[in-house]
Ligand binder design. Structure first.
Ligand SMILES: Nc1nc2c(c(=O)[nH]1)N(C=O)[C@@H](CNc1ccc(C(=O)N[C@@H](CCC(=O)O)C(=O)O)cc1)CN2
Ligand SMILES: Nc1nc2c(ncn2[C@@H]2O[C@H](COP(=O)(O)OP(=O)(O)OP(=O)(O)O)[C@@H](O)[C@H]2O)c(=O)[nH]1
Ligand SMILES: [Mg+2]
Length: 485
């Protein structure tokens, strides 16, 4: 990639639309566009001040291509930090292509994916983590991922890392100064103050590292597997949650063979629901592959919805008991089922749902509730809900329950949340080095040895913000952007 080139790309999606924006950036941007742009009146585009908007015609050869609006941004005051021209044309794919080709004939090069933002980074308009946040922002589909990306794009995370980096750098310099005075045995860096700084950095790093667990699921959507025996209504529940006929529903047991997934936002948080093949003994090859996949999906899920259906739950799983609390030694069949799943997937939150309550009379429903309270009171951490996937009764309660599982509290305050696995890896490495520095301090290591680990920690901080980088890493990050960004 040559950064002296002037690049051009469609900034809006390709295809027809009301308006499309074509962006041109680079040293020749104004000089290339000005001759093909005929503004209304006598003005010349190349003489217009930055951040102004001009109506006129775009002319290729002797052909008038379109009536357009052109904005001008003068370096370094633009998104990329370079001379930039934006052309708002009519959103016809034909016009878009004609203008792109005209500009390429006049000396522009078609931009590569992420090249505008890469240039913004290289020109110091943003640091690497802010540039990465731009991509996250474009991909954000709910309030949570949007908020995290905005916070990172505004530099919240960068500032935090930058502050630690500066303080650490300060001490590194003092310690390295001691090396120059080795014979005199002086200490410029107060060891007690240094220990305090190290503790502070450890605390911040641990908080950031811990936040990744939340950040990662919030960014990618929380996977929720819907499992249970055939025909209990798993696909009906998926459809009810998504509010659309996504999965095939039928009275035939074994309808769902392959898993079906879709995402919705609940309270600003993305949940990815996974409808699975009903679990049962079967000789059907396809069905048994589906069931195997069900277990895979359970292990990948963050939350498991275990679905049962009301009448059989009433009849077989919950034999009517005499009044009074259970004897304790014998849990109902439901609890045994739940225990089986829980043993197989310990630590996975399991939400037990009794479906098809619309089939019950008011009296049966009351009895069921009492029975569940009694029989599940012994099952640790079990939550259950009654609903009808068919009528939608109880589906809102289910959504609220799911939100309770997510630590949304982490989002409410303005604490930085790490969402990027590259940052997470760098933070882990930085903490490792900081811990080494602490060990060294405790062992009264000399300044020159301490300095080695401090420099190493600084390196990992620099990786996050992009002070330390290489072409491979940059290529990797920006190649995942869309063209025109
Ligand atoms: N038409 C258009 N809309 C857009 C963008 C764009 O590039 N073009 N953006 C692209 O992602 C976002 C806005 N981001 C931008 C960021 C900085 C500057 C800019 O001109 N910055 C100058 C001047 C700042 C000032 O006037 O104070 C600078 O930073 O020096 C423009 C857009 C979203 N909407
Ligand atoms: N009355 C009633 N019927 C329901 C309810 N939910 C689902 N059903 C019916 O139960 C049958 C099975 O529903 P599905 O959603 O296909 O069940 P499934 O669990 O996905 O079944 P498999 O894919 O075969 O494992 C269908 O006839 C549904 O209409 C409900 O809340 N009330
Ligand atoms: Mg199904």
């Amino acid at each position: 990639m040559d950064f002296n080139d002037t690049i051009v790309a469609l900034a809006t999606p390709s295809g027809a639309g009301a308006i499309s924006i074509i962006r041109v950036s680079g040293p020749q941007a104004i000089l290339i566009v000005s001759p093909v742009f005929k503004p209304k009146g006598k003005k010349v585009l190349a003489e217009q001040p930055s951040h102004t908007l001009h109506l006129g015609n775009l002319v290729g050869g002797h052909r008038n291509l379109d009536e357009v609006l052109v904005s001008i941004f003068r370096a370094p005051k633009s998104y990329t930090g370079e001379e930039t021209i934006e052309i708002s044309c009519h959103g016809s794919p034909y016009i878009q292509q004609e203008i792109l080709q005209l500009l390429i004939r006049k000396g522009c090069r078609a931009a590569e994916a992420g090249e505008f933002t890469l240039r913004a980074f290289l020109n110091g308009k943003m640091d690497l983590s802010q540039a990465e946040a731009v991509a996250d922002l474009i991909n954000s589909e709910n309030a949570a991922s949007h908020q995290m990306a905005m916070q990172q794009m505004r530099g919240g995370f960068s500032n935090e890392i930058q502050k630690l980096r500066e303080e650490l750098l300060n001490f590194a310099s003092l310690i390295e100064l001691e090396l120059d005075f080795a014979e005199e045995d002086v200490e410029f860096a107060n060891r007690e103050q240094f220990q305090n700084l190290i503790s502070k950095i450890q605390t911040v790093l641990k908080r950031l590292i811990d936040s990744f667990a939340t950040g990662n699921v919030l960014k990618n959507g929380i996977p929720v597997a819907i499992v249970g025996e055939p025909n209990v209504g798993k696909s009906t529940l998926l459809n009810a949650l998504l509010n659309e006929d996504r999965a095939i529903v039928s009275e035939i047991a074994g309808t769902t063979r392959d898993t079906i997934e879709d995402e919705i936002s609940i309270g600003g948080v993305g949940f990815r629901f996974i409808d699975t093949a009903g679990i049962r003994e079967t000789k059907d090859v396809v069905e048994s592959i589906g069931i195997k996949k069900t277990f895979e999906k359970i292990s990948q899920a963050q939350i498991v919805i275990f679905l049962l259906e009301a009448p059989s739950a009433l009849r077989s799983s919950l034999p009517r008991r005499q009044a009074g609390p259970p004897k304790g030694e014998k849990l109902s069949e439901i609890s045994i089922e739940i225990e089986k799943i829980r043993n197989r997937f310990p630590q996975k939150p399991i939400l037990i749902i009794i479906n098809k309550i619309d089939r019950l009379s008011e009296k049966e429903l009351q009895n069921l509730k009492t029975d569940l309270n009694v029989s599940l009171s012994g099952v640790e951490g079990s939550h259950f809900l009654l609903l009808s996937a068919k009528t939608g009764a109880g589906v809102e309660e289910l959504k609220n329950k799911l939100l309770e599982y997510v630590n949304v509290g982490a989002l409410r305050n303005s604490d930085t949340i790490v969402t990027n696995s590259r940052h997470y890896a760098a933070l882990l490495k930085a903490l490792e080095e900081i811990n080494k520095v602490e060990d060294g301090l405790n062992a009264n290591l000399s300044g020159d040895l301490l300095a080695i680990d401090i420099r190493q920690a600084l390196l990992h901080f620099g990786e996050i913000t992009g002070e330390i980088t290489n072409d491979d890493l940059l290529g990797n990050i920006f190649a995942n952007f869309c063209i025109g960004k």
